[in-house]
Design a binder for this molecule. Structure first.
Ligand SMILES: CC(C)(COP(=O)(O)OP(=O)(O)OC[C@H]1O[C@@H](n2cnc3c(N)ncnc32)[C@H](O)[C@@H]1OP(=O)(O)O)[C@@H](O)C(=O)NCCC(=O)NCCS
Length: 166
């Protein structure tokens, strides 16, 4: 049983990039990206990414961006919660907070890709869809052979929405 975390949600800035890298790196099965990539997420994509902090400590992060050719769709790149913060609805809260941002005012859909074996991620997005009254549509995303040359499990594409505009 984990203690309930008192967390604040905030926009990332570049000073968060290295800790994001550490958190992702210590959270399998996520693919760790380069620190440089995390710095870009925390600067260029700060409006569509979110940190959860307990005091000064990063305990959660979501990276996302608006798909350039489809401004009604927020793509969620990675979601991570530190082990000690899991099972308390934190990932769901971060997604909800992102959807409420002014940058997401025109967003009607969320897309993400999930490997079939990632039970926690599937449960998270299923719950998120149900909370927002939407059924996820699940189609082929990136294929193990075609796109990963057998070096990575296939990624299914989840599309959730439309969300009511409030
Ligand atoms: C996936 C992850 C972000 C979920 O974070 P979390 O804060 O524990 O998720 P929440 O508490 O918001 O849970 C949302 C729903 O998913 C369910 N869920 C979460 N983890 C689960 C698990 N391991 N197994 C089954 N269901 C799970 C919760 O029970 C909840 O549904 P419910 O309210 O109907 O019970 C976290 O487990 C994690 O960081 N995992 C490692 C990285 C990863 O796989 N990220 C996702 C891919 S991008």
């Amino acid at each position: 049983m984990h203690d309930t975390l008192e967390v604040k949600l905030c926009r990332p800035d570049p000073s968060d990039g290295f800790e994001v890298h550490r958190l992702v790196e210590s959270s399998p099965p996520l693919d760790p990206n380069s620190v440089y990539c995390n710095l870009l997420q925390c600067s260029h994509f700060d409006g569509t990414s979110i940190c959860a902090k307990q005091g000064d400590q990063l305990v959660g992060f979501v990276s996302g961006y608006i798909i350039p050719a489809r401004p009604d769709t927020l793509f969620i790149w990675q979601v991570v919660v530190a082990e000690r913060g899991r099972g308390q609805g934190l990932a769901g809260r971060m997604l909800d907070a992102l959807l409420g941002r002014p940058e997401c005012g025109k967003v009607d859909y969320i897309e993400t890709t999930i490997t079939p074996s990632n039970t926690a991620s599937r449960a998270l997005f299923k719950k998120f869809a149900a909370t927002h009254g939407a059924e996820p549509s699940i189609t082929k995303g990136f294929d193990r052979k075609l796109h990963f040359q057998d070096h990575h499990e296939s990624e299914e594409l989840w599309r959730i929405g439309p969300f009511p505009n409030t």
